[in-house]
Design a binder for this molecule. Structure first.
Ligand code: FPP
Length: 250
């Protein structure tokens, strides 16, 4: 990808990121601070998802990818996992029409094999219902892990090599990119993690090679569209070089 310097911005280009990915962390602590069960925090977090996705159009964010459930989250208690799965089903049923009315196209990434059939059915329905929308692209990572994604992509690639559909000598970075769950997405420009933890936790490992990171202290249920706007404004001031040097500075 060619580097875009501040000088070659086109009119109307705000300098903001096209694709923002978010690790929504801190729901549990938010609930704990209020003496409530962890699921109370997840429900509050779901409200923020609604608001933050809604704000993308005004903030000029074309793609937003959110980490809803990781391949590691199965290690939580059975009560929390079941509560989260039920919350996802509820969110899809409740938000389907509103997302469509706001012209949002929704897609899911992650391994659907381990998810219950009812939830997978709703995920398919939401994707299908919003597939022709051309506003904001919302991608929800559900039972997603970056390493797992690369392993599943490699398995599909190996199958294509075995059946003669793919020449192993032709394999390059683009080939693997085309086998990933995210093949329909541009790479994220900015990855935000809330709650003060500075880790990427297996999120979009391949895709974030040149992403900028923002680790912010706010817990996810407190992450308002105003805070989102502030983070995006900071991004506008960063000089992204994609491994090149800034010739203008020489
Ligand atoms: C991390 O906080 C959050 C999650 C594992 C779940 C994310 C889910 C939501 C925001 C709910 C709604 C999502 C959708 C798509 C409807 P944590 O539980 O690890 O918090 P902690 O680190 O404070 O314990």
């Amino acid at each position: 990808m060619a580097r875009k310097s501040k000088a070659d911005k086109t009119p109307g280009d705000t300098g903001g990121p096209q694709h923002v990915a978010i690790i929504m962390d801190g729901n549990g602590r938010w609930a704990q601070q209020r003496g409530k069960p962890r699921l109370f925090g997840h429900h509050a977090g779901a409200k923020r998802v609604h608001e933050v996705v809604d704000s993308c159009r005004d903030l000029d964010v074309k793609y937003i990818t959110i980490f809803a459930f990781s391949t590691e989250n199965w290690k939580r208690t059975q009560t929390e996992v079941a509560g989260l799965m039920s919350l996802f089903r509820r969110y899809i049923r409740k938000e389907m029409q509103a997302l469509h009315d706001r012209n949002v196209q929704v897609r899911f990434i992650g391994d659907r094999m381990a998810l219950d059939a009812k939830l997978v059915g709703l995920m398919d329905e939401l994707e299908n219902y919003t597939k022709d929308n051309d506003g904001v692209n919302l991608t929800i990572a559900l039972n997603y892990g970056g390493r797992d994604e690369v392993a599943r992509a490699t398995k599909r690639m190996a199958r294509d090599v075995a059946t003669g559909k793919l020449d192993p000598e032709s394999v390059n970075e683009q080939t693997l990119t085309g086998y990933l769950d995210t093949r329909f997405l541009p790479d994220p420009d900015l990855v935000i993690r809330t709650s003060g933890e500075a880790r990427i936790s297996n999120f979009l490992l391949w895709q974030s090679a040149y992403a900028e990171y923002e680790f912010i202290d706010t817990l996810w249920p407190d992450f308002t569209p105003a805070i989102f706007a502030e983070v995006l404004a900071r991004f506008g001031g960063r000089d992204r070089r994609f491994g090149a040097v800034d010739t203008a500075a020489e």
